[in-house]
Write a protein that binds this ligand. Structure first.
Ligand code: PAF
Length: 279
């Protein structure tokens, strides 16, 4: 399939299966919940550079939202999303409804992410990664990719997708793409649009905390302390976690490469960020 300027938009399984059957390989898939921004564009661009056919999925997955989370108000901006997909020369956009994805309602069978899904985001958002991995596996089965691209802003999500691919013998490659930031350091996120101007300024503390953590001499405790003290000084920010782990999210090593992961609430908006540190 040659790159199309206007992507083919499909909303049901049958139409997706037809375009997928005709697609040239390798097929790259970028899964999204829509509200696309430059971070998604970076994923789509890498996918375009690697694959003969690029499929983007746009689906706000009810399974990964808790009862008091933002499923109802999550931004749905399909028209703008399609413009970004056209610009990035996406071939196919799969934009199903919940009834298409879950014809029998909430599925009884879900992917269990195991212990790695119970820490960090999984501890704060019970059931979140069951919902994420279940829809990711369903979208893999429906789109049949050779390669999938995920943003490293959701670092734990990428780690869990890699784990699922290994554990369930899925024959696909997973590529992690570095976080895209605003010039002032704010990591791009679809949820940034919830922030007022003053909340946006407060949210810059996350990037500042990553810088402080990366600059702190010493071990994991010193890095966590440096990052948390930046966040604790930010007015209107409620720290959830500031934790150093190994790059694979195991316990932090005594020295060498590690990852600093942060989560905080600014107003009613929950934000996450992460970056590399050397201990
Ligand atoms: O990262 C996201 O936008 C979502 O968690 C994903 C991977 C599209 C699954 O709904």
């Amino acid at each position: 399939m040659t790159a199309l300027r206007t992507p083919t938009v499909v909303t049901d399984r049958e139409a997706l299966a037809r375009v997928r059957d005709r697609a040239d390989r390798p097929v790259a898939v970028v899964m999204t919940m829509g509200a696309l921004h430059d971070g998604h564009a970076a994923l789509l661009r890498q996918a375009r550079a690697r694959a003969a056919t690029v499929i983007a999925t746009v689906f706000v997955n009810p399974l990964q939202f808790g009862p008091n989370e933002d499923f109802d108000r999550y931004p749905r901006t399909l028209e703008g999303d399609l413009e970004i997909c056209a610009r990035e020369e996406v071939d196919v956009v799969f934009a199903p409804t919940p009834a298409v994805m879950y014809p029998d309602g909430q599925p009884n069978t879900r992917v269990n992410p195991g212990p790695l899904g119970e820490i960090l985001e999984g501890a704060s958002r019970p059931g979140f990664f069951h919902g994420v991995l279940t829809v990711v596996l369903k979208l893999i089965n429906l789109t049949r990719p050779d390669v999938v691209f995920f943003g490293e802003k959701d670092y734990q999500q990428v780690a869990l997708v890699r784990q699922m691919v290994r554990d369930l013998d899925l024959d696909i490659e997973v590529v992690g793409v570095p976080t895209v930031r605003e010039p002032d350091g704010l990591a791009l996120s679809s949820r940034n649009r919830y922030l007022s101007d003053s909340e946006r300024t407060t949210a810059l503390a996350l990037a500042a905390a990553l810088r402080a953590g990366a600059a702190a001499p010493g071990g994991a405790a010193a890095v966590e302390e440096a990052a948390r003290s930046v966040l604790e000084q930010a007015d209107g920010l409620e720290l959830d976690y500031g934790v150093v782990t190994a790059p694979d999210l195991g316990p932090a090593p005594a020295s060498g490469p590690a990852r600093l992961l942060l989560a905080a609430k600014v107003g009613t908006t929950r934000l996450i960020d992460n970056g590399p540190v050397t201990l």
